[in-house]
Design a protein around this ligand. Structure first.
Ligand code: AN0
Ligand code: CP
Length: 347
C-alpha cells in the first residue's frame, strides 16, 4: 500500500509536473544539501524566480514551523502566498470515488483540487494520519486526492506516512554539524502522552538510508516502524547501548505501527536525559519540534549547548526554498508559460 503514494509521486514527477511528496523524490541528496546551504548563504538571490506565482498552503492540521518556514521560503522567492486552514474554515471534503454524498462531506476532492489549481501555481498540503485505519493512512487519501485531481505541482507538508520537508532540513542540519564523514546517528523513540504519527520518523529513516552514516534506531519492543521503510536499518532495543559513541541523537515519539495508533509504552526511562547524553560522543541533540519538555527530553539537554533544535527549525526555510525553487524552475507545467512567451517573441 505504501508504495502506492511513491508510485503516484514518481508518475507525476516524470510526467506532467514535479512534486515533492516523499524523500524518494530527491535524486541526489548531496547535491540538494549543497544547494540548500548555498540558498542559506544568499536567501534572496532568486527573488525574481517566483514573481507572479502563487503558493497555496492547505492545512488539515495545526502547524507553526511548516506554515511559517514554507511561507518565508516562498516570500524569499518573490512568490505570493495563500493559506487556508481546512479544519475550521474549509468544507468537509469527500475522497471516495462514486460516493453518494448524503453524509457529512460537502465537496468532493475532484472539484476542490481542480478549483484550487486555478488559483495557485503550487499547492502544499498538510494532512496527518488519523491513526485509526492503517490501510487508509497508508493510502495517503488526502495527498493522493490532490495528486490525482490537481493540475499543478504538490508539496507534502506532512502526510500520514512522511514529512519530507522536515527530513530535508534534518539532512542539512547534520551536514552543517558533522565532524566526521560517517557520523553515528541515532533515532531514539521517547514517551509522549498523546498518540503521534510515524511520519517524521519514517522520513528521517528514509533520509538516513540515502546518506553515508552509521545509523541506529532505538525504541521499546512493539514500536517497530513499517518494515517496508526501515528495511535493513539497524534496530537496537537497548537505548543506552544505542547511545554509545553517537554523534547525533534525534529524538521523536511515535505511536505503535503494529498495534496501529496505540500507546503501548509510556516508560519515562526512555526520556532523553543528561546521563544518557553522557554515553554519547558529545552528541548533538535534535528534535523536529514541537517538543514536550521533561517528557521527551529534559530541560537540561534541550537548553544545553549541544542542542541544535533551533538551528534545525531555521533550516526548514532553506529546505522548503530549495523544493519550491526546483519546482519553479524545473516543472514543465510552470515553465510552459515561459516557453510560449519565448515563441511569441520569436526567441
Ligand atoms: C506532529 C507529529 O508527531 O507528526 C508534528 C511534528 C512535526 N507532532 C505533534 O502532533 C505533537
Ligand atoms: N516540525 C514541524 O513540522 O513543526 P510544525 O508542526 O509546527 O509545522
Amino acid at each position: 500500500m505504501f508504495n502506492q503514494i511513491n508510485d503516484l509521486a514518481n508518475y507525476r514527477l516524470n510526467y506532467k509536473t514535479m512534486n515533492y511528496i516523499s524523500v524518494q523524490n530527491i535524486d541526489s541528496l548531496s547535491e540538494w544539501v549543497k544547494a540548500a546551504l548555498k540558498i542559506k548563504k544568499k536567501p534572496l538571490k532568486n527573488k525574481k524566480l517566483g514573481k507572479n506565482k502563487t503558493l497555496g498552503m492547505l492545512f488539515f492540521n495545526p502547524s507553526l514551523r511548516t506554515r511559517l518556514s514554507t511561507q518565508k521560503a516562498a516570500l524569499n522567492l518573490g512568490m505570493n502566498v495563500m493559506v487556508m486552514n481546512f479544519t475550521n474554515e474549509g468544507w468537509t471534503l469527500e475522497f471516495e470515488d462514486g460516493a453518494i454524498m448524503n453524509q457529512g462531506a460537502s465537496e468532493h476532492i475532484k472539484e476542490a483540487a481542480e478549483v484550487v489549481s486555478q488559483y495557485c501555481d503550487i499547492i502544499a498540503v498538510r494532512a496527518f494520519a488519523g491513526l485509526v485505519d492503517k490501510e487508509k493512512d497508508n493510502a495517503e487519501t488526502v495527498l493522493a486526492g490532490f495528486l490525482k485531481f490537481a493540475t499543478v505541482p504538490i508539496v507534502n507538508m506532512e502526510g500520514c506516512t512522511g514529512h519530507p520537508l522536515q527530513a530535508l532540513a534534518d539532512a542539512i542540519t547534520i551536514e552543517e554539524h558533522k565532524t566526521k564523514h560517517r557520523p553515528k546517528v541515532v533515532l531514539s523513540w521517547a514517551p509522549h502522552p498523546k498518540a503521534l504519527p510515524q511520519a517524521v520518523a519514517n522520513s528521517f529513516v528514509e533520509m538516513m538510508q540515502l546518506q553515508d552514516s552509521d545509523f541506529v534506531i532505538t525504541h521499546p519492543e512493539g514500536y517497530e516502524l513499517n518494515p517496508e521503510i526501515t528495511k535493513n536499518s539497524v534496530i537496537e532495543y537497548d537505548q543506552n547501548k544505542a547511545f554509545e559513541n553517537a554523534d547525533f541523537i534525534y529524538t521523536k515519539n511515535w505511536s505503535s505501527y503494529a498495534d496501529y495508533g496505540k500507546i503501548t509504552n509510556s516508560d519515562p526511562n526512555w526520556t532523553v536525559t543528561a546521563e544518557k547524553m553522557a554515553l554519547t560522543n558529545n552528541a548533538k541533540f535534535m528534535h523536529c519540534l514541537p517538543v514536550r519538555r521533561n517528557v521527551i527530553v529534559t530541560d537540561e539537554v534541550l537548553d544545553s549547548d549541544n542542542s541544535i533544535v533551533i538551528e534545525q527549525a531555521n533550516n526548514r526555510t532553506y529546505a522548503a526554498q530549495l523544493v519550491l525553487q526546483k519546482i519553479l524552475s524545473l516543472s514543465p507545467s510552470l515553465s510552459k508559460g515561459k516557453e510560449e512567451k519565448k515563441k511569441k517573441n520569436g526567441k
